[in-house]
Design a protein around this ligand. Structure first.
Ligand code: SAM
Length: 290
């Protein structure tokens, strides 16, 4: 039977009308704020990405409230109805399966529509796997870029990584367990010898964080068939200027999978060099090879 948590001290202050974007736990059920519980208790409408998943959270806190499905599949149909309820002065709360709504989760279109219609929108901050992983990874935290899920196919994924290769910030990716090994291999190929971290099952019983150079992580047998939920982080690129030979190596790698013009564009973006020069260099490399 699901364990019920001790009833927290709820506020009886009235809840203002508007849309509430409520963060919920990413594993440990106690990672929820008192304010989030206030909103879940007092709202007129409770929208959930998956009503069964959020139903378990409500049961754990003895909140009996009808949940209404809201995900990207029903967004077009439901948004006008939700706007009508906001117009009528109701308090509408949105939760996703875990963590902060809209962070690789539904809600963006609804929030945008509510803002455009002039309704109040309130963030109810709390857990998010991206920030939890960042605090644990041991990588610089002063600048970071959340990049969401990489594309599932290797060629598109490498292009996606190459576009981020020149960003001087810690990069944060979400990844499905079955793709972690492939993504790490592509990261090692595109980002080179940078520090990385793989944070798994955050806030849960088997929470782990494995840190190390990307090539070592890519070869780590623990990531061949991992289970659970995973965030991958990559440390910022070196501030050092581009070395002679870097552009050639990057061009050769990109030309092996892309047409010449696209390879030149990708490397230009990644290394911050003029595309025209790289295109000329790519032509020379092609001539040399033929
Ligand atoms: N909105 C959520 C948030 O704020 O973190 C993210 C939702 S996204 C659909 C799900 C992805 O988040 C997972 O594939 C995984 O990459 C990451 N994630 C969620 N919970 C996690 C956890 N407990 N440990 C590690 N990664 C997690």
């Amino acid at each position: 039977m699901r364990r019920q948590l001790a009833p927290p001290a709820l506020s009886d202050a009235p809840l203002a009308p508007g849309l509430y974007l409520v963060a919920t736990p990413i594993g440990n059920l106690r990672d929820i704020t008192l304010r989030a519980l206030d909103v879940l208790n007092a709202c007129d409408v409770l929208l959930a990405e998956d009503t069964r998943v959020s139903g378990k959270l409500l049961a754990a806190y003895s909140i009996s409230k009808r949940l209404q499905r809201y995900d990207e599949h029903v967004a077009d149909r439901e948004t006008p109805r939700i706007l009508e309820r906001l117009e009528a002065g109701e308090r509408v709360a949105l939760v996703s399966d875990a963590g902060t709504p809209m962070v690789s989760d539904p809600g963006y279109r609804l929030a945008q529509a509510a803002i455009e219609a002039g309704h109040a929108v309130f963030p109810i901050p709390g857990a998010s796997a991206a920030l939890a992983a960042l605090t644990l990874a041991g990588l610089p935290t002063d600048r970071f870029l959340f990049a969401g899920f990489p594309p599932p196919k290797s060629a598109a994924r490498k292009t996606f990584f190459a576009e981020l290769a020149n960003v001087r910030a810690t990069l944060i990716f979400y990844e499905g367990a079955s793709r972690v090994a492939d993504s790490l291999a592509d990261m090692a190929a595109v980002f080179g010898p940078r520090q990385g971290a793989v944070a798994r099952e955050l806030t849960k019983l088997y929470e782990t964080c494995i840190r190390g150079p990307l090539d070592v992580l890519a070869a780590d047998p623990r990531f061949t068939a991992p289970k659970g939920e995973i965030v991958i982080l990559v440390g910022p690129g070196q501030e050092a200027p581009v070395r002679e030979g870097d552009a050639e190596a990057a061009l050769r790698e990109a030309m092996a999978r892309l047409p010449l013009g696209e390879a030149a564009s990708e490397v230009a973006k990644a290394l911050g060099l003029p595309r025209r020069d790289l295109y000329r260099q790519a032509l020379a490399l092609k001539d040399e090879a033929s």
